[in-house]
Design a protein around this ligand. Structure first.
Ligand code: HEC
Length: 230
């Protein structure tokens, strides 16, 4: 029931609350700044399809640049030290540890493909034949990115015989390619077709697929969605 006593008790209580309320200091939340920065970092960016393709192109370029730099350095070192036999195990730049680490960061898988490969696993499939033909005709150095479907993006870039030392293993047998070295190559790759090249020829193509969801997660600094593995 409502009476004068309970009313005055309520009023006293309210006044006490208001007065003590004035004394309460608002303490900053510990680590508040860091939390705000974290929240900002996790805010999902609005990315258009074009933004994603542009970013994939840059990411693909960085994988190719790293792989090419390491590949050239290893070829020079190994060929000087132990010739073709020593350099052979270093001819898969897409599998170098540093390159794998970088592509993993992007949710990408890189391969090198060719119309007439040394390793049959590097055979170009029909899907990208026209892309390779375009590179052959244009002699262009620039990479391309397309959406293969809703889930995957494909980055391609041409690979030219850019150095004389490529010919130690891809040149003409009996000329730049020493017969003993050619025998060594054929023992390991009985179906080898990657010979008779000249300096400047197109010898293959980088073929890097991106899992789109993983790549967008990378761009947003968030954990990967899929568990895609090679
Ligand atoms: C020491 C020998 C050697 C040298 C030097 C060499 N390669 Fe190769 N190359 C190989 C071998 C072996 C493979 C097969 C690798 C594999 O099993 O995937 C290969 C594969 C390739 C492929 C993948 C397609 C295919 O044929 O299987 C490309 C592209 C390629 N080489 C380009 C080059 C270029 C460009 C250079 C010079 C920068 C070069 N190679 C130098 C031995 C060599």
């Amino acid at each position: 029931m409502f009476n004068a006593r309970s009313l005055s008790a309520t009023i006293t209580f309210c006044i006490a609350c208001i007065v003590s309320g004035c004394d309460v200091k608002i303490k900053p939340i510990e680590g508040g700044k860091e939390i705000a920065q974290e929240a900002e970092r996790h805010k999902v960016k609005r990315l258009t399809q074009q933004d994603i393709l542009n970013a994939a192109r840059k990411a693909g370029d960085s994988v190719v640049a790293l792989a090419t730099q390491q590949w050239d350095a290893r070829l020079i070192e190994q060929l000087t030290q132990g010739g073709v036999a020593a350099a052979m195990p270093h001819c898969q730049p897409e599998n170098y540890e540093e390159v794998e680490a970088l592509q993993h960061k992007y949710g990408a898988i890189s391969r090198r493909v060719s119309g007439r490969p040394r390793n049959p696993q590097n055979q170009l499939d029909a899907q990208v034949t026209t892309t390779l033909q375009r590179y052959t005709q244009s002699q262009s150095d620039s990479a391309e990115v397309v959406a293969l479907n809703q889930e995957e993006l494909l980055y391609t870039a041409p690979i030219y015989v850019r150095q004389e030392n490529c010919l130690n293993c891809h040149g003409t047998p009996g000329k730049e390619l020493a017969p003993a070295d050619y025998t060594l190559i054929q023992e390991k790759y009985p179906k080898d077709q990657a010979i008779n090249y000249k300096k400047g020829d197109l010898i293959g193509m980088w073929h890097i697929t991106f899992d789109k969801a993983d790549f967008v997660a990378f761009l947003n600094d968030q954990p990967k969605k899929s568990r895609r593995r090679r």
